[in-house]
Design a binder for this molecule. Structure first.
Ligand code: ADP
Length: 371
């Protein structure tokens, strides 16, 4: 590349980084709730300290871990970058952590950007053309990539090549540019939105699921060790049950009950302290937050239990449809409080009971929560 192009590539890279920071700040502003799975500023500082660095330290997601371990080992043996990896699942379940682990296990440099940060294909070209051999590129929220960037990515993923368009209009020419072989790790909270050609270019797709309480308990104990918090077994169990199946929330609740224990007690987090602190922070016994309860409340009290369409529901709550769909719904569906039907969202008998209401006879007996 000539000097001017390098300068503009670097400027584009800086723009991409700034946009990414802005996007992160925005999602952080939305994540001020105690049990929101979105990261806030406090989380991000602590998270880097609590993040497992290697696959062996990563708890849960057993099948994904095993498959990933095979892929990475075989790549190392062949001395070639592994297939591109797509990580799908709700926020806070470990997608960024896995991307960093992929780089660490391969001993490769790691670079991070996100779909909303890449506004133009030039932004992506700047990132891709400056990669070193074997680098791991993490694109968070890959479903939000702009169309032209997405098309550029197809070629890059498949042939390690980008076409840089020079000039405008009829005189424009595409100059193919070789790029170093790299591994793309894409993360999405909405796998369904990814166009098939992009989805198909990932050799491995992992769907991350909510964690079982026993797994969260291990994560909470590990974090407590790192943060030097003393925690009784009973408290670890209590926190794991109220963490909404999400490690990010587990770590956040741990920090809040630690604060409470330090101010109101002798610093040791016991079961009683955990329960009292969580009551103060309005986390209910299943870890449902205000948005979750708001969704159930609206479906039941305003729409007679449903079915109600997503956009109608979002308007009733004064929330973005995407927030309801990505943040609240997956967990409510997972714990059997909400079902998705072709005609809309329907509250289950368990949801009525959870709100202290008598379920309509048509719904039958409520099953026990969490099966
Ligand atoms: P996502 O990218 O899916 O939103 P992250 O990878 O940022 O989620 O995870 C959020 C936090 O939760 C991390 O900082 C890490 O401390 C913790 N975490 C996630 N998954 C695990 C896990 N399997 N074991 C231990 N901690 C985890």
């Amino acid at each position: 590349m000539v000097e001017g192009e390098i300068d503009s590539a670097q400027a584009a890279l800086r723009r991409a980084e700034e946009a990414e920071l802005a996007a992160r700040r925005e999602s952080q502003d939305r994540g001020e709730e105690l049990v929101s799975p979105l990261a806030d500023a406090d989380d991000r500082v602590i998270e880097s300290a609590l993040r497992p660095k290697r696959l062996s330290e990563f708890t849960g997601q057993v099948r994904v871990r095993e498959q990933l371990s095979l892929i990475l080992q075989s790549a190392l043996r062949r001395g070639r970058p592994p297939d591109h990896v797509l990580l799908a699942g709700p926020p806070g379940l470990g997608k960024t952590t896995i991307a960093m682990i992929v780089a660490a296990e391969l001993g490769a440099p790691y670079r991070v950007t996100s779909g909303p940060a890449i506004e133009r294909s030039g932004d992506l070209a700047a990132v891709l053309s400056s990669l070193s051999e074997g680098e791991v590129v993490f694109i968070d929220e890959i479903h939000r990539l702009a169309r032209p960037a997405e098309e550029m990515l197809y070629l890059a993923m498949e042939d390690f090549r980008v076409d840089v368009v020079i000039g405008k209009g009829p005189g424009a020419t595409a100059i193919p540019l070789e790029i170093a072989p790299f591994t793309l790790v894409g993360a999405t909270t909405r796998a369904g939105l990814l166009p098939a050609p992009l989805r198909d270019r990932f050799g491995f797709t992992a769907h991350l699921d909510f964690y079982a309480p026993a797994e969260l308990e291990i994560i909470i104990r590990r974090s407590a060790g790192l943060l030097e918090v003393s925690l009784t077994d009973e408290a670890a169990v209590e926190l794991s049950r109220r963490s909404r199946g999400t490690p990010r929330i587990a770590n956040r609740l741990l920090r809040r009950v630690r604060d409470y224990a330090e101010v109101r007690a002798d610093g040791v987090v016991t079961g009683d302290i955990a329960r009292t602190a969580l009551e103060i922070y309005e986390v209910d016994e299943h870890g449902l937050d205000r948005l979750d309860r708001g969704v159930l409340d609206a479906v039941i009290r305003r729409f007679g239990g449903g079915p109600v369409g997503l956009s109608t529901l979002a308007v009733a709550l004064g929330e973005e449809a995407e927030t309801v769909e990505v943040v609240a719904e997956p967990f409510l569906v997972r714990c059997g409080l909400l079902t998705r039907t072709p005609r809309g969202r329907v509250a289950t008998a368990a949801a009525w009971t959870h709100l202290g209401l008598e379920p309509p006879a048509s719904l039958g007996e409520p099953p026990t929560l969490f099966g």
